[in-house]
Structure formats: C-alpha cells, structure tokens
Design a protein around this ligand. Structure first.
Ligand code: ADP
Ligand code: MN
Ligand code: MN
Ligand code: MN
Length: 338
C-alpha cells in the first residue's frame, strides 16, 4: 500500500468565468487508483460562490484522473460539483449539461498570455515591444525571450506525463502569447483535458512568479487577442456529411448565434471585431479556409464531399470548454440527419 496525494480539482461558481480550485486528500491504495476507487468529497461552497453560509456543503464527484508528475504518488482528479445529495448536478456544473456522445470529437486550440509585473512577458516597463510580425512561431531571444520557452516546454512534458492528449504547441502572434492544442474523442474528454492542462499551467507558473492571462483581449491596439478555436466533428459528419446536411447545420448555427456567443467567453466583442483573423461578434458566416469567418471549413472537408470536421473560431481563451462543447452539441442535435 502507498499513500496517494489526490488533488481534487473543480470549477467554482464565479461568473462570467469560473476559477479553478483544488485541495489535496491523502488515501491509501495498492497501486495508482482507478476512477471508480475515488470517493466523493465535500467542500465549503460558501467560499466559492456555490452555496449560502447556512448550508454550505457541496460535493465533488471525480470524473477523470491523471498522474501528477510534480508529486510523489500524486494524482490530478477532475471533479464535477454536485448538490449535497451527491447525485444532483450543481447549477454551476456545465459538464453535466453536455450531451453524451462517444462519436463526438473536439480539438481545442488554447491561446493565452504569460504575464509578469502586470504586462505580457517580454513587454518593456513602458511602451511596447516591436510590432507583431516575427513572434508567431518565432525563435530567438528577441522574439520569445528566455523563460517563456522553458515554461511552455515544462508544461508540455507535465501534460504528456499526465496522459493528456496534446497535439502541439506554438508561439503566437503577439509577444508573450502562446498556444497549445488538445484533441479528445467523446463529448467530454477534450474539455476535461483543457481544464486540467490549464490547471497544470497555472500551477507551474507559480514557481516562476508568472501569471497566465486568459482574457481574450488583454492589450488594446494592434495586438492579437486570444481565442480557443473549437474544432468539432460527429460520427455523422465524419462518415456521411454531405452538402445539404452541412448547410442545414450552418443555418442552425446562424439561428442560435446569440446562444453560442453567450458561452464563448466574456468580453468577446473586444476580440471579434472583424480584424485580426476574426468575424464580428454580431455576424455569423462560414467559409472555406476563411480565417475571417465564424466557422472555417477546411479544404479537406469540401474535397471529401462535405465530410470531416469544422472549426468554430469564435470561442475565446477564457471560455469554459464544458459550456462550449455543450452548446455545439445542442445545436447539432437540433438538425435532423437525413
Ligand atoms: P489551425 O491553427 O490551422 O486552426 P491547429 O492545427 O492548431 O489548426 O488545430 C486543428 C485542430 O483540429 C486540432 O486541435 C485537431 O485536434 C483538430 N481536429 C482534427 N481533426 C478533427 C476531427 N475529425 N474532429 C475534431 N477535431 C479535429
Ligand atoms: Mn492553431
Ligand atoms: Mn492560434
Ligand atoms: Mn484554429
């Protein structure tokens, strides 16, 4: 038997963006525990905007477990927040609203800034660095600095060690801005892994005295904002598809534009302006290989008789991937398959 450090992670009740919270519980197991060996646990919901002080207990229900390479016998345990009965989802529990669909696949591209002393890493104390141009996928000290690369690499290794399905990383268009991509099969897996990857990044940055800025437009002016493009497909889209179905799907996306924007992250009007590879927030459009459209249709999708995946470019870096996946699958479910 060994004592395992189980880090229970959950989303609090703050709006419009939930914060990550976590606490450790020690339990003995013969080997690395499976999900169904993990107990429910409680927390004080009155400190996280999830309950009143008089009746403050909320429950944590483990939904995914990952090895934590930063700790001896450590595990990261993603949890859903439940009511005191342990079975009713708490109103803040977006994950519980995702339609179950093992055939749904998501790939999220998480962009973010690294921040120190209230400004992006590499920005001078006064004014701005050289304009955008060389930073995207850039190399060299003047483009990416020194510490950023170290953090990004360490983050990648920690995520891979945890079994998170990273697909890649790149330096982004603004100085101090980075991206990682995660892909997952099943309607909840990718969203779980994005939250845990965010958790690992936030925690890693503590020791460097650096914060992760997820806001979608932290610097005004001619600097790119941060998005979290949602690439998605269903079994039907991958294997049947077709132009008529695709057009019906896009019509439904257009019709429910406002409901999508409502969960695609706060302050998105600052980012979705029609500039910087975005469509305006109040318009819905789609286009082949069009990075100025709301939904980009990959070339391969059209060449493959309208089969494959689509990229919704509107979700922002601060959006909750649970709510985003939930809304996308809800809209898809409204469109009858021929
Ligand atoms: P870009 O920056 O050009 O938009 P990326 O390579 O950063 O492209 O991201 C593409 C994303 O699409 C990846 O996260 C990948 O996992 C995802 N993806 C690829 N195929 C599928 C699919 N069939 N269903 C859902 N997502 C997919
Ligand atoms: Mn990308
Ligand atoms: Mn990007
Ligand atoms: Mn993209």
């Amino acid at each position: 038997m060994a004592k395992y450090k189980l880090e229970y992670i959950w989303l609090d009740g703050y709006t419009p963006v939930p914060n990550l919270r976590s606490k450790t519980q020690i339990k003995e197991f013969a080997s690395f525990p499976a999900l169904d060996q993990l107990p429910l646990w409680g927390f004080d919901g009155s400190s996280t905007q999830q309950a009143e002080g008089r009746s403050s207990d909320c429950m944590l229900k483990p939904v995914a477990i990952f090895p934590d390479a930063t700790r001896k016998n450590g595990a990261l345990v993603m949890c859903e927040v439940m009511m005191p009965d342990g079975v009713t989802p708490h109103p803040s529990n977006g994950r519980a609203t995702i339609l179950d669909d093992p055939g749904a696949w998501f790939g999220f591209e998480q962009e973010y800034f690294l921040y120190q002393d209230g400004r992006p890493l590499g920005f001078p104390a006064d004014g701005y660095p050289a304009p955008q141009g060389p930073y995207y996928t850039g190399v060299g000290y003047k483009n990416v600095g020194d510490i950023a690369r170290q953090i990004v690499e360490e983050h990648l290794d920690l995520c891979l060690d945890a079994g998170i399905n990273h697909e890649g990383i790149n330096a982004e268009v603004a100085k101090g801005q980075w991206e990682f991509q995660i892909f997952g099969k099943g309607s909840k897996q990718c969203a779980d892994e994005i939250w845990v990857a965010r958790y690992i990044l936030n925690r890693l940055c503590e020791k460097y005295g650096i914060d992760v800025e997820y806001h979608c437009k932290p610097i005004k002016g001619d600097w790119n904002g941060s998005g979290m493009h949602a690439n998605f497909s269903t079994e039907y889209l991958r294997t049947k598809g077709g132009k008529a179905y695709f057009e019906a799907l896009m019509a439904a996306f257009g019709e429910h534009c406002e409901e999508h924007i409502a969960v695609y992250g706060p302050d998105n009007h600052l980012r979705l302006t029609g500039l910087h590879e975005t469509q305006s927030i109040d318009k819905f459009s789609y286009g082949v290989a069009d990075r100025g459209a709301s939904v980009r249709v990959p070339h391969s999708f059209v060449q493959n008789d309208y089969k494959g995946y689509l990229e919704d470019r509107r979700p922002n870096s601060q959006g909750d991937p649970y709510q985003i996946a939930s809304r996308i699958l809800k809209t898809i479910s409204l469109v009858p398959t021929p």
